[in-house]
Each structure stands twice: as C-alpha cells, then as structure tokens.
Write a protein that binds this ligand. Structure first.
Ligand code: ZN
Ligand code: ZN
Ligand code: FE
Length: 779
C-alpha cells in the first residue's frame, strides 16, 4: 500500500502536558516519519504513512495515558506532500496565531514518578520541595501569559542549570519541555522566618517547621495557589489558638492527612470518595466523621462531616515525613479577605496569626483556594471550584458572542464565554469589601488576557446592590439583569445540556425576586431564557432583612409572629421559647414585626432552616454562614443513626404537608408546620427527631407539589439547585422519592449548586437571550 501525507490536528489540553513527546514516541514505535509542533490552536502532526497506519496511529493517540492531557477534538486531512521527511521530529513552536483555542491545564498534585524520586536518596532531587515534571506540578497558578513557555511563567527568574537543560531538551525524558522544572541548583528554594519576617538560619527548614508544629505553634506555609495556616490537627489547644487568632469561632476547619490510611481512621470513605481524594486534582472532600473520632472536637463542631485532603505538593509530602499525621490547613487570609499569595503581603497580614512563616521564592500568579467536593446522591458534587479545576472550560450548547457574567455576592465567581466554552473563574468569595473587589477585577483581567476574550455583553444579578451587579451595569456594553433563582436553575440546565422546559426546585438562602420581595424557596417552570413561579414557601417576615441571616432567633420570632399575628400572644410565645434572648431585644423585634418596619417578606428556604434550628433551641446566632442549617441536618442524621436513610424517610411520619393556593401559585404552608414543631417541643420530643421530621416534611411536600404540577403540565425533567441542596439528606431524600415516582432528576455536579454557580447560570441565560443585541434590559 502506498504512503500519503497527512496532517492531524489535535485540540484540547494538549500543551505543557507531555503531548508532543508522546506523539514522538508513538511515531517511533510505528516507524513513521513526519513532525509534530504546537500551534496556537493545539498540536499539529504531519505524518507520512498508509491509511491503515494512520487509523492505528490515531487510535493509539486517543488512548493516551497522559494524566494532564485531554483531547477535545481530533481531525485529519490528506495533503499534497510538499516536504520530505527522513525522520520524525519535534519542531519548535514559533508561530502563535491570535485565535488562541488551546486550553491551559489546571495545577496538578505531584505524580507517582516524582514522589519516588523525592524519596530516593540516590536521586539528585532527593527531598527537593519543588520537584515536578510534564505530568505534574504547578500550571495555571504560575502562568502570566500564553503561549505556555517558561518566560511567560513565574519560573522565568530561575534559569535552568546544565543538567535540567539537558532533561528539558531530551524528548525521551519525562521533563522534556516541562516548563516549571528545577532542582536544588537552579530552582526555587524555601526560607524560614519569624512572625516579624526575620530570616532564621537552619540546616533544614522543613525539619524546623515540623518541630514547631509539633509544639502546637501556628505556621503560615506558602503553597501552590496561596498561603495556608497550619497547626497540628491532633492538638485541641493549638486549634483553639488558631481559631482565636483568626477570629473563626466554630466554622469547620479542613485537614490534610498523611495518607489514605490515616483518612480512613478519621472518616468513613467509599471507593468513589477514595478515588477523588487520590486524584491529581487533590481537592478537599467532605467525609462522614467516624464516631467516636480521635480528632479534637473543636475541628468541626456539631456537624456530621469533616473536610479532608491528601498532601498534593512535594513540600506537603516532606512535612508529613516525620511524626505528623494530620494538619489543619486553612486558607491564609484575614477574615473576609482573599487568600494571601505574596510573601510580604502574608508577613504583613498574617503576623498576628502565625508564629512562623515557611516561605519560598516562586511567585504565585493566580490566587487559588483549595477546591471542595462532596458525594451526594451517587455523584461527586463540587462546592468550591478552584485549584485543580480552574481554568478548565465547561461546554455550553449555544455558540453566542462572548459574554461576561458577573456572578452573585456571596461565594462569588464570574464567568466568561467564548464560542462553546464557558470559563468560570476561581472562587473569589464574599464580594463585599474593596480588597475582594480588587481580587475580582485582577482575576477578570487575567482571564480575559490569557484567553484573549473580549466580552460583547454582560449579565448580572437582578439585585442592584451587589458589587458584581454594579460593576456589570457600569461596563460600556449591552447588559441584562438576571433573576437569582433562574440563574441557579440555568446553571444545572447548562451543565447537563438541557434546554427546557423543566420544573426547577430552588431551595436557597436569598435572592431578589421580580416582585422586590426576597425569594429562596421556589418551584419554577423554567427554560433557558424564561421562568414562571409555580409554587413557593409561604412568605414570612424577615426582621431587619439581612440581619436575620446572622441571627436565627430573629427569624424564629418572625415565625412565631406568623402563627400568632397578635402582639400579646406572640409576646407569650417568645417568652416561652426564647428565655435566653433578653426582653429588650425581643420586645424591640416584636415592635418591628407588629408595625412592619424593616421586615421584608421572604420565601427563603435557608431562613426557614435557620428559624427551625432556633425554635428547637439548637442555634440562636450563626457564627458562620449556614451554621444553623448544617447543625439541623446533623441532628437529623443523628436521629437516623446507622439505619438506612431512605427507608427512614419513607416510613417516618413527618409533619402534615399542607398546600395553600393563591391565584395560580401553590404555597408550602408553614403555619401548620411551625405549630406542629411547637407542639412536639412541648411534648418533649427530642430535637434530633424534630429535625428529622422537618426534613421529611420538606421532601414530601415538594414531591406532593411536583406531582400536582405533572398532572397539569405533563412529565418534565426536575432540576434541583440552590444553596440548601448542599444538604445531603435533603438532596438524597428528594432524589430517592422523585425517582420512585418516575421523575427524571438533575442537580449540580461540575458547577456548584450554591451561589458560586450563579455566574455560569447567568452566562447560559445570557447566551440564549442574545444579550449583545440589546441595551441594558430588566429581568
Ligand atoms: Zn511528576
Ligand atoms: Zn536544575
Ligand atoms: Fe443563591
């Protein structure tokens, strides 16, 4: 058979991941001549071969085992042969075209080969804290611009030594064209400092850090995407000091443990969770605590889960080489501020918290927190998408003009679209301070620059006071305001490529509705560009608006007002149920309620959880966002114990599911719910049981309403979204019961169901609305 000249184009994550050497080895194996090079659009392979050889070659190419590579498209064409090849060669990539479609790989945990070298005394990189190769190490966090070459990364200040240069140029070496490599001679190095920034001389900085941690001290450690504050996670007093200094009273702290075996000691882990923990994305995974736990109670008080991750950088592995089994590794930031990435900034901002600093001299270009996931209803569901995931694009259906979607206010992210790719930013966090807005703008500029995107339109939340909405509105381009819960639904629809119509159940904290009341417990008829409210949680008064989100007791007193609607009766109820709240505070609140001053109406599910948690005496004040709801869930799990949860949900008598009709809208009646809870409380029913019955009530009433909607509108897919769907009992209960009634159910997996998913949802809606053709429009 005669040979032809073929050109094969491969796109996806194919640069900086060892793709060209892989192609080179494959061509050698097949004894083919030709060449391979990087282009602005991916990798281009020229091959002289027969048709059969070509198809075998392509088949092997697709079966690659490169841990960081991902092929999104592969095309080939037959060309007239204009060039002669004696061998197969790797060509330099000099021409970069302006339409950059190459994808940048996310940062990756250390690979197995590097780990072996790290611990091999005979290897020249033995114990080198920055060892990496083509298959692992920093990527997005060190990239300043594209193309991805060393001079465009923060490794530019470390010229390669002779030995590293040889490895870099050898196509057979694992470090061929690996941009971030280095060694003891030429690469980045550690330094050890007092809290005042003074350098401490020591023979072994890591040994010094370990010793300090073992003494219960707090060490700020510069990592891959930012600083961590570390303490020995087995020491109660060390954790207390960290909490006190960071002003973080009871919010759960994530831990990094030595290895998988240690993780099993502290938590119950199934096979899928194991796989996720050990993946090269190395996220924090929320796992069921083992009781009685060997870990101190103050790590994650009153909640059912603990966040665990495994060491993911060589430095982490070295820290665990001695007697340390578990470290608290919390973000190195001041409360409400983004994570520190710069040495001087960290020394300035964290010196009131850390006792010592373990620094290094490789700059972090992009701030990335640790990502956070949990398994629920059989799927890994991301809660915070950052290191290891960003900037991987999410595929969207509609190919519209490039858009910027500004996101929400809490757990903010933004999203940029280009063709069918949506690039969601890393976790920005709460967007309510000038520093967080700076972080927002800095990340936006960076993503726009490296992906060469110029947005033609902007989408933002309907809430005019969010900093993200204000930012979007002021941009000189057409814009569209998008209702918060419509965006929550669209995020799930976009991820699963569903155009709609669907019925979406959005259980959330708060979001502004088009009627200017606060929504958050909604059942919507939804398409990718419209929605209609079919049902919602009956409205309650939200005393002092946002203030009630921090004080569940205020919400509970608002609920007592709802069932009494009478000052004298309500006063009695408050005195009976809230003896711990001072008279003056309660009577002030009662005045607000009775005169309806600063008491917006809300249908929020999050606030309902808050109110119930306070009413049963579990939590009066939220020390962190979502605390009351998380504790209420933990109580319900405690009532379930070791029994099969779905069996319990089906066979326990919950509260009466009463639905009221108002016009064409169904209302989830909460008056009868509150009365029933009060009566249970009076009868001395344990709060664990009340919490369980409340969850069962919510699950059952949703199923009941969806059933009636199906009678009227026919069978439509069901979408579950919103911050409350992070409640595993609620999500799994809904899945189980809805599946049993033959509903098809979808919820967020790759995109968070909390407000971090709002930007992606806005982008999906914006794309289908063709926002770029309009001027600033309403919802
Ligand atoms: Zn490696
Ligand atoms: Zn070197
Ligand atoms: Fe929300």
């Amino acid at each position: 058979m005669s040979s032809h000249f073929y050109s094969v184009k491969v796109q996806g994550v194919v640069q900086g991941v060892g793709f060209r050497p892989f192609v080179y080895r494959l061509a050698e194996e097949f004894s083919l001549t030709g060449s391979v090079r990087n282009t602005g659009k991916g990798v281009l392979i020229n091959l002289v071969c027969t048709t059969i050889e070509l198809s075998d070659f392509i088949r092997s190419l697709k079966k690659h085992h490169l841990p960081l590579a991902k092929i999104s498209s592969l095309t080939w064409k037959l060309l007239p042969q204009t060039k002669h090849f004696d061998i197969f060669s790797i060509e330099d990539s000099s021409v970069i075209d302006s339409q950059l479609t190459t994808q940048i790989p996310p940062d990756s945990a250390i690979c197995h080969d590097c780990l072996l070298e790290l611990t091999d005394p005979a290897n020249r990189r033995h114990n080198y804290p920055f060892i990496n190769c083509t298959n692992c190490g920093p990527r997005f966090s060190i990239i300043e611009s594209l193309p991805y070459d060393r001079p465009n990364t923060s490794m530019k200040s470390f010229p390669l030594c002779e030995q590293c240069t040889t490895e870099y140029h050898d196509p057979k070496n694992r470090r061929f064209h690996a941009q971030p490599i280095g060694c003891w001679t030429c690469g980045p190095s550690l330094s050890w400092h007092t809290r005042h920034g003074n350098m401490i001389k020591s023979k072994n900085h890591i040994a010094a850090a370990i010793k300090t941690l073992q003494q219960g001290k707090i060490v700020a450690i510069k990592g891959l995407g930012g600083f961590h504050l570390a303490v020995d996670a087995t020491k109660h007093t060390a954790i207390s000091r960290l909490r006190q200094r960071k002003g973080r009273k009871s919010k759960p702290l994530a831990i990094m443990v030595r290895d998988l075996k240690t993780a099993h000691k502290f938590s119950k882990i199934n096979k899928s969770e194991e796989k996720l923990l050990c993946s090269n994305r190395a996220p924090i995974v929320l796992l069921k605590k083992k009781a009685p736990t060997v870990l101190p109670e103050n790590l994650a008080p009153a909640v059912a889960e603990i966040g665990i991750m495994l060491p993911y950088t060589p430095l982490h592995h070295l820290l665990f080489s001695n007697d340390i089994t578990a470290l608290v590794m919390t973000s190195g930031n001041q409360t409400g501020e983004p994570i520190c990435i710069d040495n001087d900034d960290a020394l300035f901002k964290l010196n009131g918290i850390a006792d010592f600093f373990l620094l290094h001299d490789r700059d972090i270009v992009t701030r990335l927190d640790d990502s956070l996931l949990r398994f629920a209803a059989g799927k890994a569901r991301i809660l915070r998408r950052s290191r290891g995931y960003i900037p991987e694009p999410i595929l969207i259906q509609k190919n519209s003009e490039s858009l910027l979607a500004c996101g929400a206010s809490e757990k903010n992210t933004f999203c940029l679209t280009k063709g069918q790719h949506a690039i969601v930013s890393q976790h920005i966090g709460e967007l309510n301070t000038p520093t967080s807005l700076d972080f927002y703008k800095e990340s936006l500029d960076h993503l726009i620059k490296i992906h060469k995107i110029s947005p033609k339109a902007v989408c933002y939340d309907l809430h005019p006071d969010y900093l993200s909405s204000r930012y979007g509105k002021n941009l000189p381009m057409p814009g569209s305001a998008i209702q918060h819960h419509h965006a929550h639904a669209a995020a799930v629809m976009g991820e699963h490529a569903i155009k709609g119509p669907v019925i979406s159940v959005i259980f959330d904290g708060t979001g502004l509705g088009p009627d200017r009341t606060i929504w958050g417990g909604e059942i919507l008829y939804t398409t990718d560009n419209s929605y209609e409210r079919l049902a919602h949680i009956a409205q309650m008064l939200l005393p002092s608006g946002d203030g009630a989100a921090k004080k569940p007791w205020m919400m509970a007193q608002g609920m007592l007002w709802k069932i009494s609607n009478n000052t004298a009766i309500c006063e009695k109820l408050i005195a009976r149920h809230f003896p711990e709240i001072s008279n003056s505070e309660s009577s002030f609140l009662l005045q607000m309620l009775s005169k309806n001053i600063n008491c917006p109406k809300t249908s929020s599910c999050g606030r309902l959880f808050d109110g119930v948690a306070a009413l049963i005496g579990q939590r009066m004040i939220n020390e962190y966002e979502g605390q009351a709801a998380m504790e209420l869930e933990a109580l319900a799990w405690a009532a379930i114990g070791n029994q099969e949860p779905i069996h319990i949900i089906k066979n326990t008598k919950g509260y009466q599911c009463k639905v009221n009709i108002k016009g064409s809208t169904q209302l989830l009646d909460i008056t009868s719910l509150i009365q029933a809870i009060i009566s249970d409380k009076k009868r001395g029913i344990a709060k664990e049981i009340i919490a369980l019955k409340f969850h069962i009530w919510l699950i059952s009433i949703v199923v009941k309403i969806l059933w009636t909607i199906r009678q009227e509108l026919g069978q439509l897919p069901i979408i579950l979204a919103g911050g409350c769907m992070q409640n595993r009992l609620l999500l799994e209960g809904l899945y189980a019961l809805l599946n049993e009634h033959n509903f098809t159910v979808f919820a967020g997996e790759k995109i968070p169901m909390n407000d971090a998913g709002i930007s992606f949802g806005q982008a999906v809606i914006g794309g289908s609305r063709n926002v770029s053709c309009h001027t600033h429009a309403g919802h």
